[in-house]
Write a new protein. Structure first.
Length: 164
């Protein structure tokens, strides 16, 4: 084997390592954006809980707690990947795929949330597609959260149908 072949092989491995490291950093950045998105969702569902009357109020509190669990899963995965989970409140509004909208009525809030859930589902779909097959743990976690988002969207549609 020539020295040129050895150098070429070492160069290729180094190039793959740099690419993998950049991908890793980008994944942590995207997971922190997902964390910010989930924290915005927690706050929105908490607001709905206190605005709603009747049985839906308790449903919103349950959803808020479930979404907080998703945020915890994402934060844990960020740390497992060697990153730092960013819980700075200013990152929630700047890093999130969604916005916190105070809204005047429960109907207006839920209409906005239906859009926000769609944005979140699309964001998770993009993240899932971008993850290499070598990170099946992150991919599986994101698929589970995405499926939960689909369930929330359906539940919001049912609540909207019951509102005056």
């Amino acid at each position: 084997m020539s020295s040129k072949t050895v150098v070429s092989g070492v160069r290729m491995q180094a190039s793959q390592h740099v690419h993998t490291e950049a991908d890793h950093i980008e994944l942590i950045k995207r997971l922190n954006a997902a964390l910010a998105t989930e924290m915005i969702c927690v706050l929105r569902y908490r607001r709905y809980h206190f605005m709603a009357r009747g049985v839906d109020a308790d449903d919103f509190l349950l959803q808020s707690n479930e979404v907080l669990g998703h945020a915890d899963q994402i934060a844990k995965r960020i740390v497992q990947l060697g990153g730092e989970a960013d819980f700075a409140p200013e990152c929630f509004s700047h890093g999130s795929h969604e916005q916190y909208m105070p809204g005047e009525s429960l109907r207006a809030l839920i209409e906005e949330d239906q859009v926000a859930e769609r944005i979140a589902m699309d964001g998770y779909r993009e993240m899932i597609q971008s993850i290499t097959t070598q990170d099946s743990m992150t991919r599986r976690m994101l698929k589970e959260i995405q499926a939960a988002k689909q369930g929330y969207a359906k539940q919001l549609a049912r609540v909207m149908a019951r509102l005056p």
